[in-house]
Design a protein around this ligand. Sequence first.
Ligand SMILES: C[S@@+](CC[C@H](N)C(=O)[O-])C[C@H]1O[C@@H](n2cnc3c(N)ncnc32)[C@H](O)[C@@H]1O
Length: 278
Amino acid sequence: MTVAQALARAQERLATAGCDSPRVDAEILLAHVLGRSRSALLADARLEVGNEAVRRLDELVARRAAREPLAYVLGEWGFRRLTLNVDRRVLVPRPETEVVVERCLALLRGVERPRVLDVGTGSGAIALAIADEHPGARVLGIDASAEALEAAGSNVGRTGVHVELRRHDLFAGLPDGPWDLVASNPPYVSPAEIDTLLPEVRDWEPREALVGAGATEAIARGALRVLRPGGALVLEVADGDAARVAELLRGLGYEQVTVTLDLAGRDRVVDGMTTSAD
Ligand SMILES: C[S@@+](CC[C@H](N)C(=O)[O-])C[C@H]1O[C@@H](n2cnc3c(N)ncnc32)[C@H](O)[C@@H]1O
């Protein structure tokens, strides 16, 4: 079977299963199996794909056709400059979360050795990306899930970027600071919304990473007690919830509350500063 034939077969299976982008997924999976880039693969569409590679592709396509997220099927996913291990223990890092990191880095500019707390670290995406891109940063990632922390630990090993990890329930209050910055992509899906989500999210991603009533409010209140004066809180919020969260922060006394758009133009990141000492 040639690359072109293998791709056509995989694409058809994925399309029948209702996957959003069957052609791209087929290309990514075959490139993964053959250990080549997608562009190299497409440049060589008449290349013969061996029996073992076809068997391996079939296995991965079957998983994806069951609507397992592409990131879990591949076992890794890109986030900022890093490639992270991802599996069912953790949420797949999203593009909008890269904007959270962007905003954190902007707020930390000029702070030489900032202390940063990432609440609900999951794969460690936010914590690791901040430590990677701000070499002076000392970052602690906390999560209530021991399994998520194992996955985050594997990413510390994989990336060689140092962050500290700790099991901690955010509803017990946030770890003592003083922190220069608290970042979080908390669970923010309401239980009623779960059934409206794509099967990839609804049936595969950890429920505790998605649903967590009151987490945003608890973090916003908790951060006030552990941020240094003039420290920053950066939160990812649900689509359509930015105005409410911005109002919540202002009501709690945060200043310079700012809403940042993601790459799709949706307002998904809200931040604010505690009153500075001077
Ligand atoms: C939306 S995921 C974010 C994961 C990662 N930070 C990212 O952006 O890809 C939320 C994370 O919060 C964790 N979490 C949920 N409830 C928590 C709690 N009460 N205390 C601490 N972490 C919690 C989940 O285990 C999950 O890893």
